[in-house]
Design a protein around this ligand. Structure first.
Ligand SMILES: Cc1cc2nc3c(=O)[nH]c(=O)nc-3n(C[C@H](O)[C@H](O)[C@H](O)COP(=O)(O)OP(=O)(O)OC[C@H]3O[C@@H](n4cnc5c(N)ncnc54)[C@H](O)[C@@H]3O)c2cc1C
Length: 445
């Protein structure tokens, strides 16, 4: 009797450094590889509907994964339905004995794992941790004692050795007999194709980008350039491949260590590692706090004095606020699916402090747009900036005029991304819903 296994891909769209895939290759005789992409109801824009940029990167990542899997004797099936019901049906249809996947900080994905475990106690469930630099078993404290600030976390984990990435499995068990290759490509959600995207998804594109970044020796000046706003070279741009799991953090770390060995170590190379630790910190933060990652009062349990103003929210999304630097950031995000770290900080600070908006709507908008969307990094950073997260200062408002002076003194970024082509007023009605007439209009009356 053959044991049939199921591999549930999520944000680990790769075959290299995929410990769960290696384990599956050793334990089962037949394997089914699935990725679930629930459809958004027709005509609806739900908060989790994905932008064209995100869909394009995802499609490229899935296509690349499918061809890597077929090289190893497997095939990918992308199923356009929610994961819980999809996996439940597959369990029954194929008499699945073991389920595999990469551990994740995604609350909803973990909820599905929990429900499946509860429902199918006879199945072996294997979630293996290769999504962070420091694996769950390496943490020097229990998860519920995760330090409440990044600095404390960093000091505790820095002495830990980062394991080397695993090589891909030599081959994979075949799919069960009579499983036809899926035609998932034809049913992939329609989106407007971007003919010259900044990033192309897929494991080999990620590796190529990683090698190119280090070959050009950009890592040696990263710390001085990392706050840039525009271009490919001021920061690593590893995030889209990391977020979709085309690259593992350990693969990035291995390339960084090799670089330090051959070219040299300095503050900048250390700082790339430092930033990757931020990613790990938010990963464990999301795991520790569960659904509180999405709650208005955050982990601090203090309600910000913000609200929801539809007009302000729409203007922020469309890059039409009275703040040119923020508009330029939003236009860049909407056109490319990517925004610099400094741009994200300024846009989020403006959202919370100048526009007085409920931070969760801003986080949800970035979730739709960012090709490097990562649940823990996005919602964790938003909490931090909204003053309800792990920031020991608790209030972090960016002075937008000063930021413009520092990072775009000649308004080059603002002009390029049409940030000054905007509305001078924030609201068209006052608190009692009366139209606000500006002085220019009055002069013309
Ligand atoms: C409001 C807001 C939302 C964000 N949303 C996301 C998100 O959805 N996905 C995401 O990957 N990052 C997010 N970040 C973090 C950061 O902005 C991006 O990781 C970074 O801009 C990606 O570009 P890069 O790869 O060139 O980064 P680099 O500066 O080159 O950093 C190297 C890597 O370190 C990690 N990293 C860097 N800064 C952070 C940080 N502050 N938090 C967590 N990890 C970090 C990323 O994996 C990044 O690829 C967000 C930050 C803010 C302020």
């Amino acid at each position: 009797m053959h044991q049939v296994g199921l591999f549930w891909f999520h944000a680990d769209l790769r075959v290299v450094d995929n410990a769960a895939l290696v384990q599956a290759s050793q334990e089962v005789d037949r394997l089914i590889c699935v990725y679930c992409l629930p459809p958004v109801p027709r005509g609806k824009k739900s908060p989790n509907s994905l932008s064209g940029h995100r869909l394009q990167f995802l499609q490229e990542s899935l296509t690349a994964l499918d061809s890597s899997l077929s090289r190893l004797g497997q095939q990918l099936d992308v199923i356009y339905a929610p994961a819980l019901e999809t996996i439940a049906q597959l369990i029954t249809r194929h008499d699945i004995g073991a389920i595999y996947g990469t551990s994740t900080a995604d609350y909803y994905v973990n909820k599905v794992w929990k429900l499946l475990k509860k429902r199918y106690s006879m199945i072996s469930f294997n979630q293996v941790g290769t999504s962070s630099l420091i694996g769950p078993a390496q943490l020097p404290f229990p998860l519920d004692e995760l330090p409440d600030s990044f600095s404390k976390f960093r000091r505790k984990v820095e002495p830990i050795d980062i394991s080397s990435p695993l090589v891909e499995p030599e081959s994979l068990p075949r799919p069960p007999a009579n499983t036809a290759a899926s035609q998932w490509q034809q049913l992939f959600p329609a989106f407007k194709q971007n003919p010259s995207p900044l990033f192309s998804g897929g494991e080999s594109n990620g590796i190529e980008h990683l090698q190119g970044y280090f070959a050009r020796e950009l890592a040696s000046s990263y710390k001085t350039t990392r706050n840039g706003l525009d271009g490919m070279d001021y920061s690593t741009k590893f995030s889209p491949w990391l977020a979709n799991g085309n690259l593992s953090a350990r693969t990035v770390m291995k390339a960084l260590k090799d670089y330090e060995h051959t070219v040299g170590r300095n503050d900048s190379t250390y700082w790339i590692y430092f930033e990757l630790l931020w990613r790990d910190y938010f990963h464990y933060y999301a795991l520790k706090y569960g659904s509180r990652l999405f709650s208005f009062s955050g982990i601090r349990q203090c309600k910000p004095s913000t609200s929801f103003y539809a007009e302000r929210f729409q203007k922020w999304c469309q890059g039409n606020t009275p703040y040119p630097i923020v508009n330029a950031c939003m236009n860049q995000l909407n056109s490319t699916g990517y925004l610099s770290n400094r741009g994200r900080q300024m846009a989020a600070s403006c959202f919370v402090h100048e526009l007085n908006l409920d931070w969760r709507y801003g986080a949800a908008y970035l979730e739709q747009q960012l090709i490097d969307y990562d649940v823990a990094s996005n919602w964790g950073n938003w909490q931090y900036l909204a003053g309800v997260g792990s920031d020991p200062r608790g209030h972090r408002q960016f002075d937008l005029a000063k930021q413009t002076q520092l990072y775009d003194p000649d308004n080059i970024f603002i002009h390029k991304w049409a940030g000054d082509d905007c509305s001078a007023v924030l609201d068209s009605v006052d608190a009692a819903d009366w139209p606000i007439v500006d002085s220019l209009t009055v002069d013309r009356l």
